[in-house]
Design a binder for this molecule. Structure first.
Ligand code: NDP
Length: 317
């Protein structure tokens, strides 16, 4: 039965997952009219909203009446490579409460792993070595610096604070957050890095953030600091990280995102004794969570509001 509500066409996940989305939306938002974006009986001009992951370049041109496009990814930079992208239509990044909670729990795990030296335990276990280096430091003596202190960074910060860590955040604006020491812009980067024991990268992918985690940033961290990369692989200069780890200036790294995913089979990252690799798994909520978020976003747009995670074309994130 076709609903009378707004029409949401789905590209994300391809045709094979369309029925999964449709069944979820029927339960979560029965007033939405859910269609496969390429269905022959769908007039693209009558579609109000699109849910996309990677539509082909130029593929959105027939959708002339769009009120919003929602991407199933938190980063939308890949979409904007399309020269025909409809920049006047609001573009909303994936979000929702659970995306933040998942990221916060991942970063908490990464920080605990790094300061207790969990990678060394795993390395020893593989070799049947039963030796310990006593670590008596506790979380309240560890300062985590979140580079890119936006929607996810703030949720991560609150979870780290709850678990006793000291937290600082670096962003362009230096927007305040309870319990967090915030730093704004390039001129404050040195002060931010100088007091950071574990650097967590949560920057968005923009021309300014490419190769941002480089030798200069690592040199700005105190000795034995560690790095968590959950932003984008293109933001990390891998050779500089390896050099900083091998020189002993950095004590460890947890990497979730990579320049090439999966990394090349002969990448030195796979076997490095101070690197823990995870397969871009930090935060991906379920399809049902995504559907709830999409329904909420459409509800806000229908009422004339603008969702928090609307992409800002002038800022570039
Ligand atoms: P937001 O856009 O909410 O936050 C981005 C933050 O980065 C803001 O604080 C912003 O500053 C700051 N920033 C942007 N450009 C600069 C710059 N040039 N210099 C200093 N600060 C800058 O993004 P989210 O928190 O939602 O997501 C961050 C990233 O996390 C995503 O882009 C994605 O790449 C990654 N991600 C990774 C996942 C994973 O599973 N590994 C899952 C989800 C997301 P200001 O506050 O002043 O605007």
């Amino acid at each position: 039965m076709v609903s009378q509500g707004p029409c949401l066409a789905i590209e994300a996940g391809g045709e094979k997952t369309f029925s999964l989305w449709r069944d979820l939306f029927r339960k979560i938002a029965p007033s939405l009219n859910i269609v496969w974006w390429k269905a022959p009986d769908v007039d693209p001009a009558a579609v109000d909203y699109l849910l996309v992951w990677k539509p082909p370049a130029g593929g959105l041109t027939p959708f002339s009446g769009l009120k919003g496009i929602i991407c199933t990814g938190a980063g939308v930079d890949h979409l904007l490579k399309d020269p025909d992208w409809p920049v006047k239509v609001p573009l909303i990044r994936m979000g929702g409460e659970r995306t933040g909670v998942l990221m916060a729990e991942f970063v908490l795990w990464a920080c605990l792993s790094l300061f207790r030296g969990a990678r060394a335990w795993a390395w020893q276990q593989e070799r049947h070595i039963f030796e310990r280096e006593l670590i008596t430091r506790v979380a309240s003596e560890v300062s985590v610096g979140i580079m890119g202190f936006g929607s996810l960074g703030r949720v991560v910060a609150q979870r780290l604070l709850l678990n006793g860590f000291r937290v600082r955040g670096w962003s362009r604006s230096g927007r305040a957050e309870p319990g967090v020491e915030v730093f704004a812009g390039e001129e404050a980067l040195g002060a931010f890095l100088g007091g950071t024991d574990i650097l967590v990268n949560l920057l968005p992918n923009t021309p300014e953030t490419a190769d941002r985690l480089d030798r200069d940033v690592f040199a700005g961290l105190p000795g034995a600091a560690a790095v968590v990369n959950v932003g984008r692989g293109t933001q990390l200069v891998e050779a500089d990280l390896l050099a900083a780890l091998d020189s002993g200036h950095l004590s460890g790294a947890v990497l979730d995102v990579f320049r090439t995913e999966p990394p090349d089979p002969d990448s030195p990252l796979w076997v490095h004794p101070r690197i823990t690799m995870t397969p871009h798994a930090a935060s991906e909520a379920s399809r049902a969570d995504h559907a709830r978020y999409v329904a909420d976003v459409i509800g806000q747009l229908e009422k004339g509001g603008m969702p928090d995670l609307a992409y800002d074309f002038s800022r570039g994130y």
